[in-house]
Design a protein around this ligand. Structure first.
Ligand SMILES: [Zn+2]
Ligand SMILES: [Zn+2]
Length: 372
């Protein structure tokens, strides 16, 4: 019987390469040959402190070719064998109000936090048949309710590996925070997510894009400028608030996007102060379980709106793929590191800043050892 190799998270910061049986593909399902599994900050957290004790094939940002497609799968979804696709990690129910409007990310069927039966690539237990629920594997199982996007013909599988952060950039900056023509924006953190926000804001017509980072981020801050940032600030060398106020003539910015990792309360406090006098928008990511002395008074007095970063919609992914295809930005410069399947541990640590230098976006290539 044919076997499939997969890197399985077996405990906190522990990975084992295991074999699973090649699944039977029913008429309404398909099989993906995984070419690129993107890795992000969420993987760093899930790897260090797994939300479940079950073995999990991680990898939730997946690109590959349809290796097998059931007749009914092709009839319903239009995808056939040989198509290069991006697979969303959300597996929809297809019936609820969220699915109907293309916001699969809110569907209960894929809500691993609240629904123990939820299916989500990179999160669902590998004990659940047919086991292949993550991208850090040679193949992934695609049921009828997987959400797929066709990768444009002039975009390679490796280039498409950054579609998730790009689509998050469009979702958070443009849809959630309303960045558009002549907007002024502060983006905190020059990692893959912050840099993707730069690209989205630039394309949308923002008139001022400021990116913060630390001294260690010097190369990434340079890349931010290449991608369209007007100014960058090393928060260890100068006061970011003073600089933002100086750059905006004392007004503050319209929108602040927090794309830092593990920076504590500082980015939120800076965001509240750096926003304009009234009705600015602050995008947050839920890193902190507690926030002592949160300045709620300041927030309400400035009439600030807080938005939560929560993945991407169908449309944001389509636009991100179109942006890649347009080749308007040197997006290939975001793809900095690639690792084979048996180096998942190192790949995740690279994203977490523990190993390697100059990391922006890291991809796992499950076939790298054999095919290249
Ligand atoms: Zn991710
Ligand atoms: Zn649904």
């Amino acid at each position: 019987m044919e076997k499939v190799l997969a890197a399985v998270r077996t405990g906190p910061s522990q990975t084992e390469v295991r074999e699973y049986p090649m699944p039977e593909i029913p008429d309404d399902a398909a099989l993906l040959k995984v070419e690129v599994g993107g890795i992000c900050g969420t993987d760093v957290k899930l790897y260090k402190t797994p939300p479940t004790a079950a073995p999990v094939i991680m990898g939730h940002e997946n690109i590959g070719y349809i290796a097998k497609a059931g007749k009914e799968f092709t009839r319903r979804k239009g995808f056939r064998e040989g198509d290069l696709v991006f697979v969303e990690h959300y597996v929809m129910c297809g019936k609820c109000e969220w699915c109907t409007i293309g916001q699969y990310r809110h569907c209960e069927n894929t809500d691993w936090r609240n629904n123990p039966e939820a299916i989500r690539y990179g999160y669902t237990s590998a004990e659940r048949a047919p086991h292949l629920w993550g991208g850090f594997a040679q193949y992934m199982y695609l049921p009828w309710n997987a959400v797929l996007h066709k990768v444009p013909d002039n975009v390679s599988d490796e280039e498409a590996g950054i579609v998730t952060p790009l689509s998050n950039g469009i979702e958070w900056a443009l849809y959630d925070c309303g960045v558009g023509f002549m907007s002024t924006v502060l983006i905190q953190g020059p990692g893959q997510q912050g840099l993707s926000q730069v690209v989205a804001c630039k394309q949308a017509g923002a008139s001022l894009i400021v990116v913060t980072g630390t001294t260690r981020d010097a190369a990434r801050l340079e890349l931010a400028k290449t991608l369209g940032a007007d100014h960058v600030i090393d928060v260890q060398a100068e006061s970011p608030l003073e600089r933002v106020l100086e750059l905006t003539g004392g007004k503050g910015v319209d929108v602040v996007l927090d794309c830092t990792a593990g920076a504590g309360t500082a980015p939120i406090l800076l965001g509240i102060d750096a926003l304009k006098r009234r009705a600015g928008t602050l995008l947050v990511q839920g890193e902190l379980a507690k926030f002592p002395d949160f300045p709620l008074k300041k927030l309400t007095e400035k009439a600030i709106t807080i938005k939560s970063a929560r993945g991407h919609s169908y449309r944001a992914v389509e636009l991100a793929l179109a942006q890649l295809a347009s080749r308007r930005f040197p997006l290939e410069r975001l793809t900095t590191h690639e690792f084979p399947l048996h180096e998942v541990d190192r790949a995740i640590r690279a994203v977490g800043g523990e190993v390697e230098e100059g990391v922006v976006h890291v991809s796992l290539l499950p076939w790298k050892d054999d095919a290249r």
